[in-house]
Design a protein around this ligand. Sequence first.
Ligand code: AMP
Length: 461
Amino acid sequence: MSQLPFSELKLHTNVLENLSSLNYDMMTPIQAKSLPHILAGKDVIAQSQTGSGKTAAFGLGLLEKLDVKKMHVQSLVLCPTRELADQVAKELRKLARTVPNVKILTLCGGMPMRAQLGSLEYGAHMIVGTPGRIEDHLNRGSLQLKALQILVMDEADRMLEMGFQSALDAIVKHTPEQRQTLLFSATFQGQTKSIAKRMMQQPVIVQVASTHDDKSIEQHFYQVGDDDESRLQAIRLLLLQYKPESAVVFCNTKRETEDVANALIYEGFSALALNGDLEQRDRDQVMVRFANKSVSILVATDVAARGLDIDGLDAVINYELAHDSEIHVHRIGRTGRAGKQGVACTLFTLRDDYKMTVLGDYLERDINAEALPSKNLLKESAFKAVMTTLQIGGGKKQKLRPGDILGALTAGNDIAGKQVGKIHVMDQWAYVAVSRDVSKLALKKLGDGKLKGRSFRVRVI
Ligand code: AMP
């Protein structure tokens, strides 16, 4: 796409001058695609990554609509973490530096409430914050959004991953229906799609090329001996070769899921079995630990994996060939994140000769078996999952919310927002994933400290 200068847009002269003093001359692709719609007042869904210039894309939209003379909140930007909110506020201040008297306020969890209440009394034009704290202020009546013109959800997928869905729903109820809504997200599926449907009116969808690529799957086939030992060794080699953050190993029977998961755990991998024999509570826990990346390998049957709500896996490994070609395609379709290649590895034996021919016809390609990675890899130790899960002995019933947990972990700045992963709040329990390297500190902070004024039992699972 040919590059477009900002001067093509109808922006206030002082804003344009500021952009050129910042050396922002050409629009980035996401700006070129979204800004004309944003400035036209449309609801916009923009699929874009951090670093694509998305903050300026919505920031310029907010500035153009702003009426500094009116001292009420005109725009609200919701972000998943305090770091991101701080970054966004900084960029907004930079863009607004030639517009006199603009008041931009950040309201994030984990920060003292009293200072925020004080600042709010002076009024603000633009608010940047995390959903839990914004909801708190709305409930207390310290924040009014009745005259809000633009609502921005930044990194919406990440906010939903962190369990902020109900906070987002609650916040939207406090805003006027005729507002403009802008949603920025790296991925756009599942929960993100459904929240867009509820909150947006005839949105324009824009994407930039890097995430537009059809997801592509790299398929590999390996012939192995028809015994567990050969298969297990092959699985270990493939895991050590690809080192996936999240992978599913598919088996055809429940018994095999147990055997394979146990064998992998014995070798030091972080694996769990998922099959129909699990009690609902255990099943939920397995799903949570896999979704939040504190377990990297799930060993599952096709039926059990059906409910798995994971956007894209790094790898799918078939311990055995699926019973039919359609199931095979369904299994491997779970790999491949947006814009990133997924890997699907399938083990087969001589006895699968006929099924392999049928599969080749179905896939319309020749299937050539490859050699497995070198056995030298077996000398390497198994990799660990990137995150660890902490289980908190309280949940929705105790009115715990993701923002409380995130706030308690990041207070004091010794744990960064990006070291906190997904937060799942169930009825009686809550789970939070933290980077493995801060798990002890996180356990201590949550275990010794208070959440909602109460102490809860916290343990690593
Ligand atoms: P973001 O994706 O919003 O985090 O922006 C990434 C970086 O790009 C930020 O440091 C911005 O200051 C910078 N930036 C945004 N838009 C432009 C532009 N049109 N030209 C040059 N730099 C930009």
